[in-house]
Ligand binder design. Structure first.
Ligand SMILES: CC(C)(O)[C@@H](O)C(=O)O
Length: 458
């Protein structure tokens, strides 16, 4: 992104072209021969998220090694990013909604099923179109900062909620705003929450739904999502884009969801897959004095109070899940995995998927100062700040403390008095730095800011 933050900041021309999602895998057990003798996919698509969940299911003896191996061998059939609405496809959609990619390019698959290692002809054409657009940007003097505005970021947030995108978009949009020199007073985590609560979930895409990015592409891609949001008054149509035209001008010829006729990938805003306010929520409370990010992916009426089961790293938590030591009703707490503590804020995909694979996804909340994968789903609360490594309350928890996750009131709390928390804080000592926390990672840990403001280092 041509925003390189220097004083005076660079403000270059540029645009982004996504390499493209891979196609979803097809579970071999789901292919039946049609009347014409052709193998016909019966619809059980596979993607890396399903593979991770299969590991959890295998750990609980719900599937055998052969089935796990089948999932692994067919989960990512060819070139491209993850095929579902995980972080790559989320951010590709974000960049297109931001106006920094040519319309319709985010969803174009990288390769075909018949030739999984060769870039498609469409992608080659998109590369040529990008070069032409770059020269046009130069003629118009349309630099990145004239496109990346707080209103453009709000458009990107709306698309994340419409598609049920990755919680990593919270970090990345905050960081893009920071690098674009947009003041935190103009765009911050509360704005992310505010904009998102107006937008219903209309994308029926994995990990929460059935379809994949290539299926969204077949019905028109991100432009159709944006057209549906624009018609519903949920998008700023006057934002400039790398085409040299505004969002509304770009969408002039794009069909609405209703105009698509029968399909099950995108739902109309008027009749969404899930009502607004049930995807990503920013929580607060005595366990997250700054903020925390909750991913519901359309689940409604979620609330859970349960005993904390505390682990100081991801691997120990994963081991406990696979050993069947986490029970329904527990709140699994994984800390010291934040930007400074880990260092690097890893994604808690393994433990989260293991919970879902073990059938605990609806019954156990995962609360962490780390982040999640775009493939994560269940009752997920991440980005808890202040993180444990700087003395945040999540680091003061002990097994058995009663933790409440109440998205409806944006609450993440523990049933401890301020006095008890203060007494524990007095006794708390920062743990020794984790192995590897030296050199570049050590420098990163010393400079990185809170996930509450995007975990940036400048
Ligand atoms: C799927 C992965 C590896 O977890 C990541 O790429 C993401 O989408 O968050």
């Amino acid at each position: 992104m041509p925003l390189a933050r220097k004083e005076p900041r660079l403000d270059l021309l540029g645009l982004s072209l996504f390499g493209g999602p891979a196609l979803p895998g097809i579970h071999p057990g789901c292919r039946k021969r049609g009347a014409d003798g052709q193998l016909v996919d019966q619809g059980k698509a596979l993607d890396p998220g399903k593979v991770m969940e299969a590991i959890g299911a295998y750990g609980q003896g719900l599937i055998d090694l052969e089935e796990l191996h089948r999932a692994e061998c067919h989960g990512l059939p060819g070139s491209g990013s993850c095929s579902a609405m995980f972080t790559a496809c989320t951010m590709a959609s974000v960049v297109e909604a931001l106006g920094m990619a040519l319309p319709g390019t985010a969803s174009k698959p990288a390769a075909t099923r018949d030739d999984p290692r060769t870039v498609t002809e469409q992608k080659r054409q998109d590369c040529v179109a990008v070069v032409a657009a770059l020269f046009s940007l130069a003629e118009k003097g349309l630099s990145a900062r004239k496109i990346i505005t707080s209103k453009a970021l709000e458009n990107a947030v709306a698309v994340v909620y419409a598609l049920g995108g990755s919680t990593n978009a919270v970090l990345h949009t905050l960081a893009i705003a920071h690098e674009a020199g947009i003041p935190e007073t103009e765009f911050n985590i509360e704005d992310f929450h505010r904009v998102g609560q107006r937008v219903p979930l209309i994308g029926n895409v994995s990990p929460h739904g059935r379809y994949h990015m290539s299926d969204l592409d077949k019905i028109g891609g991100v432009p159709v999502v944006m057209r549906e949001l624009l018609d519903a008054g949920l998008l700023h149509g006057d934002c400039m884009t790398v085409t040299g035209r505004t969002v509304a001008e770009n969408l002039a010829g794009t069909p609405s969801v209703a105009a698509l006729g029968h399909q099950d990938v995108l739902y109309p805003v008027s009749k969404p897959l899930a009502p607004a306010g049930n995807h990503i929520l920013v929580l607060k409370g005595n366990l997250a004095p700054e903020s925390a990010v909750c991913k519901l992916s359309g689940k409604t009426d979620i609330e859970l109070t349960g005993p904390a089961r505390c682990f100081d790293d991801e691997d120990a938590a994963f081991g406990a899940i696979m050993a069947g030591k986490i029970q329904k009703g527990d709140v699994l707490v994984i800390r010291y995995e934040g930007p400074k503590g880990s260092p690097g804020m890893p994604e808690m995909l393994s433990p989260g998927s293991a919970l879902v694979g073990a059938g605990l996804g609806k019954y156990v909340a995962l609360v962490t100062d780390g982040r999640f994968s775009g493939a994560s789903h269940g009752i997920m609360v991440g980005h808890v700040t202040p993180e444990a490594a700087v003395g945040g309350p999540i680091g003061l928890l002990v097994d058995g403390d009663m933790v409440t996750v109440r998205p409806g009131s944006r609450e993440l709390s523990v049933a401890l008095s301020e006095e008890e928390l203060a007494a524990r804080r007095k006794e708390w000592k920062p743990p020794a730095p984790k192995p590897g926390s030296f050199g570049t990672l050590g420098k990163y840990a010393s400079q990185v800011r809170s996930a509450h403001v995007g975990a940036t280092t400048s």
